[in-house]
Design a binder for this molecule. Structure first.
Ligand SMILES: NC(=O)c1ccc[n+]([C@@H]2O[C@H](COP(=O)([O-])OP(=O)(O)OC[C@H]3O[C@@H](n4cnc5c(N)ncnc54)[C@H](OP(=O)(O)O)[C@@H]3O)[C@@H](O)[C@H]2O)c1
Length: 170
């Protein structure tokens, strides 16, 4: 069972964020993100959580949110708070019912990469300025299972490609 997934939108120069926001508007990517994660557990860093709160005014609806922070007194209503990120990965590995999606940001993707067995990436066809980056992963360890090109239009600022990558069995 592929129960620990990474899901991310990444520019050609590996940018994922700027000023604690997404650096683009891609309606098709937001729809795909919702379709894939709805009903499941989403795992994110404290800053990504705050970025979602700023954009939506509430945590992601219809998903169980786990927020990773080192702050002992951090409060996030309707979410689960965890300081030990590895405990989340262990839990995901032991859970054969629930699907866990790691949704960002930089440090969280970095820590999740060795544990994840599937990645749903949206490659955003632009190079842009940013201050949060997706890790430079070893492509020889991943097989591309699916690829779908999405052209830019009035609701999608850039061309993009949806990709699903599976960890190669060694
Ligand atoms: N393009 C995408 O797919 C995508 C997805 C998600 C986010 N983003 C973007 O990424 C940016 C936010 O990402 P970010 O990298 O700046 O921050 P982040 O990873 O969301 O959050 C960083 C925070 O997470 C906590 N943390 C990180 N590693 C930890 C660990 N090992 N143990 C315990 N706590 C840990 C710390 O919180 P404390 O400081 O509270 O201890 C740290 O300050 C935003 O621009 C957002 O829009 C993009």
């Amino acid at each position: 069972m592929r129960n620990l997934a990474i899901i991310a939108a990444v520019s050609e120069n590996r940018v994922i964020g700027r000023d604690n926001k997404l650096p683009w508007y891609l309606s098709s990517d937001l729809k795909r993100f919702k379709q894939m994660t709805i009903g499941h557990t989403v795992v994110m860093g404290r800053k990504s959580h705050e970025s979602i709160l700023e954009r939506l005014g509430h945590p992601l609806a219809g998903r169980h949110s786990i927020i990773i922070t080192r702050q002992r007194a951090y409060e996030a209503p309707a979410c689960e708070i965890r300081s030990d990120i590895d405990s989340v990965f262990r839990e995901a590995a032991a859970n054969h019912v629930r699907q866990y999606f790691v949704i960002g940001g930089e440090a969280i993707f970095d820590r999740a990469l060795p544990a994840a067995n599937i990645m749903h990436l949206t490659l955003v066809h632009t190079t842009c300025r940013g201050d949060a980056f997706f890790p430079n992963y070893d492509k020889s360890k991943w097989d591309t299972e699916k690829k779908c090109f999405v052209p830019k239009d009035e609701r999608n600022e850039y061309d993009s490609t949806f990709m699903t990558l599976l960890r190669r069995s060694s």
